[in-house]
Ligand binder design. Sequence first.
Ligand code: DON
Length: 304
Amino acid sequence: MDYQNILDSIHDEMSYRDVKGKVASYIPELAKVDRKKFGMHVYCGDQHHFHFGDSKEKFSIQSISKVFTLAMGMRLMGEDLWDRVDVEPSGDPFNSLTQLEYESGIPRNPFINAGALVISDILVDQLKDPKQELLDFVREITGDDDIHYDETVAASEKSTGYRNIALVNYIKALGNIKCDVEPIVDFYFYQCSLAMSCEQLSKAFMIFANRGRILENDKKILKPKTVKRINALMQTCGFYDEAGEFSFQVGLPGKSGVGGGIVAIHPENYSVAVWSPILNDNGNSELGMKALERFTTLTGVSVF
Ligand code: DON
């Protein structure tokens, strides 16, 4: 497959001018990002990789971090984790509070904010230094120590994070949060502030395309069963109330973030990351979704 040629066609065909959405502004720091940014990176099972545009520039990965914390949570708790978080698509916006009321504080899935906050509670409860352990985990699977939290983004989200603070308080009132509210939201705002490039993200996500093993050294990080579960959740819940549309258009398990990043994988084959900060009404990168639709159309390969 000539991936570079396919990426070059996507780069030639598409531009930020073709999309009408807005850069995220509810986290003030994200509103400063240049809407013209556009990059894509493909990492293959044979370690070859291909890219265009701003694929080496770091951006705020936001909700993409929920895949990393879920992997850490599953390493700690195994299948017991599912007593605390469900595995159903929500059909609701990522920051919704409504389902919690009639579902007794069990979030629909680990990728909506409510679910990710319960995972934060688990990591804060069970790990000595969760922030450092998350950094170590992401650096190890990427094979790159140049990955850091963006303190300015974390502080910016904290200053306006009333909904997430409300979510943790509400879930705690319903009996599904153990720790104090402050350290949970602090860890959550930091995990969302992780800054990574498309190159780093596509490399990191190869563990989900490589049965839980790091590509470069074959070290087993996750059990194949854990990878199967995480990929199934990315397919059904990775794009919130747009998970059906992403499956329909692109046909790969993936995860988005309001920083404008999307990562998707083809099991046993490749991982692909794209970044354009212009979001559609559901909080997913508008150009990123279009680029991935073209990618699976031009390669003729998806999981379906
Ligand atoms: O909690 C929030 O609202 C953000 N830190 C993350 C949301 C997000 O990335 C949703 N993804 N599309």
